[in-house]
Design a protein around this ligand. Structure first.
Ligand code: GDP
Ligand code: IMO
Ligand code: MG
Length: 422
């Protein structure tokens, strides 16, 4: 399988967790390289549901090594909770989990500042997951963050944390928020540090040695292309590089070691949080919600839903260099009479075939649709491409062509076996 970067080609929640779990069969190592526990990657093994937030989705398969790379921001207390939760479900973690010593930490003041800034923004809020992701990456960029390497040195950590709490309590006071107790945070984080210490290592060296040994590495993207801090619908984005380049910087594996990029996309589009979404359609959202679909894996929020946007996925192909696409949730469209696909935008009398950089312009764009006839039958039992109804195959071929990449995986349900390889 060689080294594969898997990214979300839309606004997150494309079904990356499911596809990662499927592709992990051929991988030796799975690496998270950006984001934090704002991510929620759902994987079903039989009737059991697992939602991974920081631990790579590859952990559900035996004899695979999972790495939380240097580009990830880690809430250590939360990570310990996730590890404990997975162990209760029978997933063991020992030498199969490595955490980068240079990954930055998320603290309670980051979460509190995240929430306070959202309140201050009022109607212009981003709709963040309130996991403290933006403020934690802010500290990293300002060179004032603390890292895993600090957490596992108890005496130095206590000293550094004291200064951080003092500084951030002043900021919280200015927001009218409650200051944090240094003692309580120190206690919780010291305990988490003790628990995580055995997993912490130099993952950059580990991954280089793995590359040299010819191991297959799968890079698990979090969020999606249009939530990228540089290429997304700024400011309605997350605070990391969710596009393919983030896999290199967030792991230390250089670009020439990467062999392919898989873009995961739903057969329609969803988005959680605020920001422009040209193909959003409330009637379609009600239809999916009534089927019990499209509720957030991290926050439980109902996702906004709309038609497939081929202008957006084409743009994603460009910025990520997508070679192959995996289309998920095809079964969500099984009962529709007519399915729409956006092939261009109209803005101020002009036809656009690219995603405008300015979010306020994108918000004014009207989608130009082409219509496809629905296949009106159950696809969830299909196991091979030729099992799919011809109208579903035409639809999938059309969206792959419009996206400009090779269709290689189709998913017709959450289970492993509901995956078709072309
Ligand atoms: P991620 O963040 O990209 O990993 O995606 P999420 O886990 O947040 O959301 C995707 C949802 O779609 C999850 O509930 C998956 O179990 C589910 N899913 C993935 N692929 C399929 C599919 O082909 N059909 C159906 N019905 N559900 C799917
Ligand atoms: P996965 O990996 C969907 C969205 C939030 C908000 C914006 C900023 O499961 O696809 P943040 O908390 O990151 O500062 O929020 O980004 N967001 C996601 N949307 N899937 C995700 O992750 C997301 N992670 C963040 O809803 O709009
Ligand atoms: Mg998700």
């Amino acid at each position: 399988m060689a080294n594969t970067i898997l990214i979300g080609a839309q606004w997150g929640d494309e079904g990356k967790g499911k596809i990662i779990d499927v592709l992990t069969e051929q991988a030796d190592i799975v690496v998270r390289t950006q984001g934090g526990n704002n991510a929620g990657h759902t994987v079903y093994l039989g009737p059991k549901k697992y939602v991974l937030h920081l631990v790579p989705s590859g952990i559900l398969r035996k004899r695979k090594t999972c790495v939380i790379g240097n580009g990830v921001v880690i809430d250590p207390v939360n990570l310990v909770g996730e590890i404990d939760g997975l162990e209760k479900l029978g997933i063991r973690m020992g030498s199969n989990l490595l955490i980068s010593e240079t990954a930055h930490l998320v603290f309670p003041y980051h979460r509190e500042l995240d929430a306070q800034r959202e309140v201050l923004k009022g109607k212009n809020k981003i709709g963040t997951t309130k996991r403290g992701i933006g403020p934690a990456y802010g500290d990293k960029a300002a060179r004032t963050g603390l890292r895993m390497i600090d957490l596992i040195k108890p005496d130095l950590f206590a000293e550094k944390l004291r200064a951080k709490i003092r500084e951030n309590n002043e900021i919280l006071k200015a927001f009218g928020a409650k200051p944090l107790s240094y003692k309580k945070v120190l206690e919780a984080y010291s305990e988490a540090g003790r628990r995580l210490q055995p997993f912490v290592s130099n993952t950059v060296v580990y991954l280089h040695q793995a590359c040299q040994a010819g191991k297959n590495i799968l890079f698990e993207g979090a969020q999606g292309t249009f939530l990228d801090i540089d290429h997304g619908t700024y400011p309605y984005v997350t605070s990391s590089n969710t596009t393919a380049g983030g896999a290199c910087t967030g792991s230390g594996v250089p670009p020439h070691r990467m062999d392919s990029v898989v873009g995961v996309m739903k057969a329609y589009t969803t988005r959680v949080g605020e920001g422009p979404f040209p193909t959003e359609n409330n009637e379609f959202a009600d239809f999916l919600h009534n089927l019990g679909r499209e509720f957030g894996a991290t926050t439980g929020r109902p996702r906004r839903c709309g038609w497939f946007d081929a202008v957006a996925t084409g743009h994603a192909t460009m910025v990520n260099g997508i070679d192959e696409i995996a289309v998920t949730n095809v079964d969500g469209l099984d009962t529709l009479d007519v399915i729409r696909v956006c092939v261009a935008y109209r803005h101020g009398g002009e036809r656009l075939d690219y995603v405008p950089a300015d979010a306020s312009v994108l918000a004014e764009c009207e989608p130009v649709y082409v219509e496809f006839p629905g296949w009106k039958c159950d696809t969830t039992k299909s196991r091979r491409w030729k099992d799919l109804p011809p109208k579903a195959r035409s639809y999938l071929n059309a969206i792959a062509e419009l996206t400009g990449a090779h269709l290689s995986i189709v998913s017709v349900g959450p289970a492993r076996e509901q995956t078709l390889f072309l």
